[in-house]
Design a protein around this ligand. Structure first.
Ligand code: AMP
Ligand code: MN
Ligand code: MN
Ligand code: MN
Length: 283
């Protein structure tokens, strides 16, 4: 017998074309409806641009829509992602952080292009900007160009060889400090969720230290499941969420149809009765 299902099928971590996803906000919501998701958040990287289109489309389906954004931050020099959920459209503290991150992102892209040139590659900045259009310009755009130009076999190789955190050197830690981002948002009534905690280069000891800081500085939850997370990792994260008094969130981190397991609304099953589900605080 599968564990009793939650009262709804949720997905609280997804991407559209407004950052590095493949589907427009409208297409993404249509797919979520098709997948029978009933509670959905769009969480593009460092932008709120897709929210109103997604919200409008969600209203045309039986779909509850939650505002979201995935913010780039850093802790002890390690880039970390934090998902903010359930904020109002006009939250100026959040808007200020998003704006700051967008300008860092653009500046970083220029410097990434320069770094690639130093390694003998063409200057991809203009093409990457064109490719991104009005979307948030990021490493996936550079990766796509490197693949299209036959300079690497696939996006994974592009990250391995050129774009991964290890390759970025000083460009790795350009983001605002986690403490400052949490400080600015902690009293704003939104959920502040540490995204995919097992995807960082941290031992469990260090992860515990991070969660201690995260909780002390006003973080409210962690993703206990992200896409096809290993079940033993989900068990560990469930246990850490309880230990640190952090709510449990979950999402697919869907960017597009990139693998057989990747689907909106799909993530490794969580033991719902053992955690404090963030969405059960919402009505
Ligand atoms: P950025 O936001 O510009 O730092 O780019 C980070 C994004 O790149 C992540 O959100 C992923 O969508 C994508 N990414 C990270 N690592 C890889 C990888 N190894 N292969 C493909 N895409 C990746
Ligand atoms: Mn991404
Ligand atoms: Mn992320
Ligand atoms: Mn994401």
């Amino acid at each position: 017998m599968p564990e009793a299902a939650s009262y709804r099928k949720v997905d609280l971590h997804t991407h559209s074309t407004r950052s590095d996803g493949k589907l427009s906000p409208t297409q993404l919501i249509d797919l979520a409806a098709e997948q029978k998701v009933s509670l959905f958040a769009l969480t593009d990287h460092d932008t709120l641009d897709g929210l109103s289109e997604a919200r409008q489309r969600a209203a045309e389906h039986e779909l509850s829509f939650i505002n979201g954004v995935e913010l780039s931050t850093q802790w002890n020099g390690i880039p970390l992602h934090m998902v903010a959920l359930n904020f109002s459209d006009d939250n100026s503290a959040l808007q200020a952080i998003v704006k700051q991150n967008q300008s860092i992102r653009l500046d970083r892209a220029r410097r990434i292009a320069d770094l690639l040139v130093k390694q003998g590659l063409p200057d991809l900045f203009d093409e990457a900007s064109t490719l991104a259009g009005e979307s948030q310009l990021g490493r996936p755009h550079f990766a796509q160009l490197l693949v299209e130009k036959g300079l690497v076999k696939d996006a994974n190789k592009a990250f391995d060889r050129y774009l991964g955190n290890k390759r970025l050197g000083k460009l790795r830690d350009v983001w605002p400090e986690l403490e400052d981002v949490l400080g600015a948002l902690a009293e704003q009534g939104m959920e502040l969720i540490l995204a995919h905690p097992k995807r960082y280069p941290l031992t469990v000891t260090k992860l515990r230290r991070l969660l201690g800081d995260f909780s002390k500085w006003g973080g409210t939850g962690i993703e206990v499941a992200s896409g096809n997370e290993r079940p033993d990792h989900v068990r560990l994260l469930e246990s850490l969420s309880t230990t640190f008094g952090l709510k449990a969130s979950a999402g697919s981190d869907y960017h597009g149809p990139f693998g057989p397991w990747m689907q909106v609304g799909k993530f490794t099953q969580i033991h719902e009765s053992q955690v404090d589900l963030v969405w059960q605080h919402w009505h």
